[in-house]
Design a protein around this ligand. Structure first.
Ligand code: ZN
Ligand code: ZN
Length: 354
């Protein structure tokens, strides 16, 4: 992608609004977003950017980046950052308060008494909110991989294996299908364990009559996908069907509400109201969705507490769920990119029909 230099220019514009000439970039996804570098390091973002890494990543740093001076540090990344800062001597240095550690902050403060340190939050994350066409293309590829894996595996899912065995199969299938990695450890939660929204893989055997929540994502060139399906092994009870349909209706309402300019709190509420009306408001215990990009959970969060209005280029999930301790849970999650005309669906794997 030839987008890195323009991204750095936009970050510098945001910095100028804070009257700062430089930003110490310590968040790994922000580092990758601004340079393309996939290894570990720090970026001194300024008019003359310096990418600081070490000997392990020197080759990647040279190959993956352009327009940045690359320093392969011998004495630690932070010491090299201090050195570069002594050379550039910015009057005000912004730092990322959510990723720079307090120890690193103290080192910078003590080493650079002439430089004022300016705390920032979400400076680069705000630039990442609106994806460009090449970014959407990578996310769509990651979405196509999870679609293919689920289309192949879900119809064949049967009682017998443990959650961990199914999780292992998902891992293998995702990598075989071309994912460079998983965007997170898959969730395979059967029976009562499906009532845990973030269940970890267990050795519980999947039985006939279990509902199973499968939540997985693939990684393509650093970009994530995220999808959840819930299936019933065996005949679905009327109770399951009623609850499943309520979640489906809530997801449809959320998708319909997710239009450009719409506050995220209203989108969350549109879906939530459907479940409240169905009597399941208490069981929908998390927010409606989250942004997806270089991180599987990033801005914007579709929640009642959010104060963001959706913009064209946002990529986000819509994932209502209901969770009944002792009984189980049902969640449906799909991934969308927001276009002028509304949300465009990126995940399409088999929707179970109940
Ligand atoms: Zn998910
Ligand atoms: Zn998700």
């Amino acid at each position: 992608m030839r987008e890195y230099a323009p991204r750095r220019d936009r970050a510098l514009q945001s910095l100028a609004e804070l009257a700062s000439e430089a930003l110490a970039v310590s968040s790994p996804p922000n580092l990758r977003y601004l340079t393309g570098f996939t290894g570990e390091g720090l970026l001194l973002l300024s008019k003359t950017p310096v990418l600081i890494t070490d000997r392990r990543y020197e080759t990647e740093a040279q190959e993956e980046t352009s327009g940045c001076e690359v320093v392969a540090a011998d004495r630690g990344h932070l010491a090299s950052l201090v050195e570069a800062l002594r050379t550039q001597a910015p009057r005000r240095l912004a730092f990322e308060s959510e990723s720079l550690t307090y120890a690193q902050y103290l080192t910078l403060r003590d080493a650079l008494p002439e430089t004022e340190l300016v705390s920032t939050t979400k400076l680069v994350e705000n630039l990442r909110l609106r994806k460009t066409a090449p970014e959407v293309e990578l996310i769509a590829r990651a979405a196509a991989i999870v679609d293919g894996v689920l289309d192949a595996m879900l119809p064949a899912l049967a009682p017998g294996p443990t959650e961990r065995q199914v999780g292992f199969e998902l891992n293998r299938a995702l990598i075989e299908a071309g994912a460079e990695d998983l965007s997170f450890t898959p969730i395979v939660a059967g029976g009562p364990r499906s009532a845990l929204p973030h269940a970890t893989l267990s050795d519980r055997v999947l039985h006939s009559g279990d509902m199973v929540v499968l939540d997985l994502g693939a990684l393509v060139e650093g970009y994530c996908s995220d999808i959840t399906r819930t299936v019933m092994l065996g005949d679905p009870s009327p109770e399951f069907v009623e609850r499943y349909r309520a979640v489906q209706a809530a997801q449809r309402a959320g998708i319909a509400a997710a239009q450009p300019g719409r506050p995220v709190a209203e989108v969350d509420q549109a879906a939530r109201q459907v479940l409240i009306d169905a009597g399941f408001g208490e069981q929908f215990s998390h927010s409606l969705g989250h942004g997806v990009g270089l991180e599987v959970h990033e801005a914007p969060t579709l929640s009642a507490r959010g104060d963001y209005a959706l913009e064209v280029g946002n990529v986000f999930t819509v994932e209502p769920g209901v969770y009944f301790p002792g009984w189980g849970g049902i969640r449906l999650e799909d991934l969308f990119v927001l276009e002028e005309t509304g949300p465009h669906r990126l995940t399409n794997a088999c929707q179970a029909r109940y």
